[in-house]
Design a protein around this ligand. Structure first.
Ligand SMILES: Nc1ncnc2c1ncn2[C@@H]1O[C@H](COP(=O)(O)OP(=O)(O)OP(=O)(O)O)[C@@H](O)[C@H]1O
Length: 343
């Protein structure tokens, strides 16, 4: 039965997606051959994923390229039918795409656009008002709020094609949230944006989550998005969930469970002299960085303070992008370079 008051929770059990891919040799002869005998390969994009989100929870959904993030979000928003398992979003079964369900969710894909290219964004907003049957007073109130939070003044009446990427993304977000959905699927909402624009988008998502108690699943290659918005992280790799826990626990997995100790010295010391205190020692003038096993941190820090002329000592978890690179073995797989640049 369709609930009248959705609770914005997300329940996913053993969700699977298999794609059938038709293979074709290159060239004309290849086309002919595939016409006569078509070869089909199956890609297991999602292999039995399960998790539950409480209403209002914000989670970062991370994983290397091709891990199955977009496929999962498309199944949760009802765009793709799962090959197995089930999902319940705000009490609804996504695959049915009921109108009441669509009014509770939104899917924002940073790489795709829903705004009408040749018209001002305002026209697309009016189309969405009609589609989602948003009452006039609610539409006006939401527009006022979004215009303020996203600084949309002056851009709503410009043709979408003439907007900058950042301006367009802000309008895309506004259009996607105009109906005040309770569950947000955000797939790379800040992709390609400059650092300031990324920050505006983050602030908007945070504000929306607090104001409406919306549940948010966010994928991003920019770790700054994830660390700014999410407490809990789901990591998917090769279609399987390999981590579900809080950010701090994910950080603990890095550097073999070690912490980064940073020192500012008053007197220069060589890396060789510092080797007994920790691993991965990096010396840059009077600044030193090293990795120390978690359980040893207090003992080693006391020794460093006793043995050297230390002006400052800090202990940090390794950056989350480094942890991800370590988890997946290769830095390029998680776009660590981009993530670092965006911080
Ligand atoms: N329509 C499709 N047909 C066939 N295979 C597909 C299709 N869409 C995705 N795949 C494959 O399914 C797997 C998961 O893809 P998906 O787009 O879900 O990954 P992702 O984690 O979102 O990756 P990225 O971070 O690169 O966007 C990949 O191996 C991909 O090649």
């Amino acid at each position: 039965m369709t609930p009248t008051l959705p609770d914005a929770s997300v329940h996913v059990r053993d969700l699977k997606k298999q794609y059938a891919v038709h293979e074709k040799e290159p060239g004309f002869m290849g086309s002919l051959r595939s016409f006569v005998s078509r070869k089909t390969k199956y890609v297991e994009a999602v292999k039995g994923v399960s998790f539950d989100l409480a209403p209002g929870e914000v989670v970062g959904f991370l994983g290397p390229n091709g891990a199955g993030k977009t496929t999962t979000l498309k199944m949760l928003s009802g765009l793709l039918h799962p090959s197995g398992g089930e999902a319940r979003i705000a009490g609804f079964e996504p695959r049915k795409r009921e109108t009441a369900f669509l009014k509770q969710i939104t899917l924002v894909m940073g790489q795709k656009q829903q705004l009408i290219w040749d018209l001002p964004a305002l026209d697309s907003f009016l189309v969405n008002q009609a589609i989602y049957e948003i009452p006039d007073d609610q539409y006006r109130a939401t527009m006022r709020e979004f215009t303020e939070v996203l600084s949309l003044d002056g851009i709503l009446k410009k043709q979408v094609r003439k907007l900058s990427l950042g301006e367009r993304m802000k309008c895309e977000l506004a259009a996607a949230l105009l109906h005040r959905p309770r569950v947000l699927f955000l797939d790379e909402p800040t992709i390609g944006l400059d650092v300031n624009m990324q920050e505006s988008v983050r602030a908007f998502i945070r504000d929306y989550n607090e104001r409406y108690g919306a549940t948010v699943i966010l994928t991003s290659h920019y770790m700054a998005d994830v660390t700014a918005l999410a407490q809990r992280i789901l990591v998917i790799d090769s279609g399987q969930l390999v981590f579900d826990g809080d950010l701090a626990r994910l950080a603990e997995q890095g550097k073999g469970g070690g912490k980064t100790v940073k020192l500012k010295l008053r007197e220069a010391v060589s890396a060789a002299q510092l080797a007994p205190y920790g691993g991965d020692v990096k010396v840059d003038g009077l600044s030193v960085e090293m990795t120390v096993p978690r359980a040893e941190v207090s003992v080693r820090a006391s020794r460093l303070l006793a043995d050297l002329d230390v002006a400052d000592l800090t202990v940090e978890d390794p950056p989350i992008e480094a942890v991800m690179a370590e988890l997946f073995g290769a830095a390029e797989k998680v776009d660590v370079k981009e993530a670092v640049v965006s911080r």
